[in-house]
Design a protein around this ligand. Sequence first.
Ligand SMILES: Nc1ncnc2c1ncn2[C@@H]1O[C@H](COP(=O)(O)OP(=O)(O)OP(=O)(O)O)[C@@H](O)[C@H]1O
Length: 316
Amino acid sequence: MSTIHIDRVSRWFGNVVAVNDITMDIAPGVTGLLGPNGAGKSTLIHMMGGFLSPSNGTVTLEPSPGPDGKPAAAAPIWRNEDSYRHIGLVPEREGMYDFLTGEEFVLANAELHGLRDPRAAAAEALATVEMEHARDRRISTYSKGMRQRVKMASALVHHPTVLLLDEPFNGMDPRQRMHLMELLRKMGDEGRTVLFSSHILEEVEQLASHIEVIVAGRHAASGDFRKIRRLMTDRPHRYLVRSSDDRRLAAALIADASTAGIELDRTEQALRIQAVDFTRFTTLLPRVAREHGIRLHTVSPSDESLESVFSYLVAA
Ligand SMILES: Nc1ncnc2c1ncn2[C@@H]1O[C@H](COP(=O)(O)OP(=O)(O)OP(=O)(O)O)[C@@H](O)[C@H]1O
């Protein structure tokens, strides 16, 4: 069982601050790292994997106890060869050695780790991701999903206790996605520390028992899916509503506590409604319309994008 401790970590590139003073622990089991594009997920993962040095703060690995059962000392990951034995990283980048076969690619990593029987280890890792059938084909002939799986095999070849995956489901078809989810879930259940990044909430919901949210380089929220979901549904929601009588509808809705503000948008010829209690408002609106004989023409959320949800979480 390994834990990664991220302590007041920042990373900047020139004057771009990609990760800004983040503190969190990644414990055994499956953790989802959720955040919109450009949030700093890849940068954070690369620091956890020892591919990138923090500009400030420390990323340390507290490895599983050795064969004698004694807990090993926590050590910084950056430039620490020993920690690389515990970590497998599946990068998002497609840049691979296209001229190699899948097997050669995985074998190269097995050799780099100095494994006793690299060939057997590579064969086992390729079998784990169901890629034996294509092991002799060049990577240049692989589909996106196959490339993803061969990267995964390469990251798993030395049986790491920590597996880090950057946007692993990108480009996968539903079957491959399900298979990878099963695999990651199994690894989490075995007590490995699995962290994957995603900007898709539903993906994270299906797999992660614990979620860390980062936005614009900052740690925005942490908890289980229900807690994060609650933060999202409890936030003010904005709707654009068009009806047969906007003024009467506005007057009737504003009387209810679930509605925080209503304005008449003349250009859109619609009401802009801010609701504070999502569940209550969604039952209130059709009821009020029915009671007043008003027909609803359009009801559309005007800020449902993940970005706006995230910006709310950050401001909270
Ligand atoms: N090598 C680099 N040089 C300059 N800026 C960088 C570098 N790497 C990342 N950045 C910047 O740091 C910020 C965070 O990038 P990062 O790739 O970590 O985000 P992300 O959450 O993984 O996004 P995505 O999902 O789009 O990959 C972005 O503004 C990005 O442009």
